[in-house]
Design a protein around this ligand. Structure first.
Ligand code: NAD
Length: 299
């Protein structure tokens, strides 16, 4: 199956949805982004423009060309003509189940369903569709346009040709892939989420503050960022949702969020996108490059 220029649907216009939409549009694919939230759809074009402008400095992407390839819609029926859907909806099992059931009714039988899920087993998502052989995990990293490698998760039901098609389409975006098997959290988040939760527990215990915890990982262990800055980038709400999924599918109490993590989320201090999480981001807003008149194409 040819991958060049294949129409792509994205479900969810949040952090990952807009980033993944940018990757596909920059790779020459027409993209439809579906989100039921008018605020997410309304701000989507601005966030896409802003990110594409920023990426342009690093990767040479042309903001207006990328923008022209993306349309925004409320109804999943807008995905009736796509060859690939990438689910970037919230990390909630019932939400994703409902989305995959709906996609199965709306999309042609040979459309491939990929999920950006952080932790939900691909076998579980495939089982609610009539096409588990065409369901696969594409765990893009955040920020998707700047992260060159995707964790591709395959369930026992995923067909070899689906894996190959996804590897081809990712290669067309300039992305490398690491293929892993199925399981809650795959490789990355099964380990990372436990690390984040333990790092929060260390802060809570008073052993070190957040900045010191991250410095130990950066300066002593050579990590690019520490676990708490990484958690702030992911979004602490998404971290807590992912821990809940890991707890649900492993039955392991180690994935229960520490009280500090739960409190930060309850207070709305969900990390970089809120300007405050384990760390403060007072200049968060300065990252946004204002977009000239117009607000994207909505269908
Ligand atoms: P987010 O909260 O920023 O965005 C989720 C979007 O989904 C919102 O715009 C919301 O309006 C929309 N949405 C809600 N219900 C929907 C529905 N029924 N149909 C379509 N859209 C719906 O979340 P995010 O951080 O972008 O995460 C999205 C997915 O990507 C999750 O599965 C998450 O675990 C995964 N992920 C996140 C990161 C990260 O760093 N944030 C990294 C890798 C993977």
């Amino acid at each position: 199956m040819d991958t060049a220029g294949a129409p792509v649907g994205i479900v969810g216009a949040g952090t990952m949805g807009v980033g993944v939409a940018q990757c596909f549009a920059a790779g020459g694919h027409p993209v439809v982004v579906v989100d039921p939230d008018p605020a997410a759809r309304g701000s989507g074009p601005e966030r896409l423009y802003s990110w594409t402008r920023a990426t342009r400095l690093l990767r040479g992407q042309h903001a207006s060309i990328v923008e022209q390839r993306v349309v925004w819609a409320a109804d999943p029926a807008a995905l009736s003509g796509v060859r690939l859907v990438v689910d970037c909806a919230p990390e909630r099992v019932p939400v994703k189940e409902e989305i995959f059931r709906r996609l199965d009714r709306v999309c042609p039988a040979d459309t491939v369903f990929a999920s950006c899920t952080s932790a939900i087993p691909i076998n579980h998502l495939g089982s609610v569709t009539g096409r588990p052989e065409r369901v696969i995990g594409t765990h893009f990293m955040n920020p998707a346009p700047l992260k060159d490698t995707v964790e591709v998760a395959t369930s026992p039901a995923t067909a070899d040709r689906t894996v190959q098609w996804i590897l081809d389409i990712l290669a067309g975006l300039g992305k490398k892939a690491v293929v892993v098997g199925d399981g809650p959290g795959f490789v990355s988040n099964r380990v990372l989420m436990l690390t984040v939760n333990e790092a929060a527990a260390v802060v809570e215990a008073g052993t070190a503050d957040a900045a010191t915890v991250d410095r130990v990982f950066q300066d002593c262990l050579g990590h690019a960022t520490g676990p708490l800055r990484t958690a702030d980038l992911i979004g602490l709400d998404t971290v807590v949702d992912t821990l809940a999924v890991l707890g649900q599918f492993t039955g392991d109490a180690r994935f229960r969020p520490t009280p500090l993590l739960a409190r930060l989320v309850a207070e709305g201090n969900v990390g970089r996108k809120a300007g405050q999480g384990f760390h403060s981001y007072p200049s968060n807003r300065s990252l946004v490059i204002p977009r000239p008149a117009g607000a994207g194409t909505h269908v």
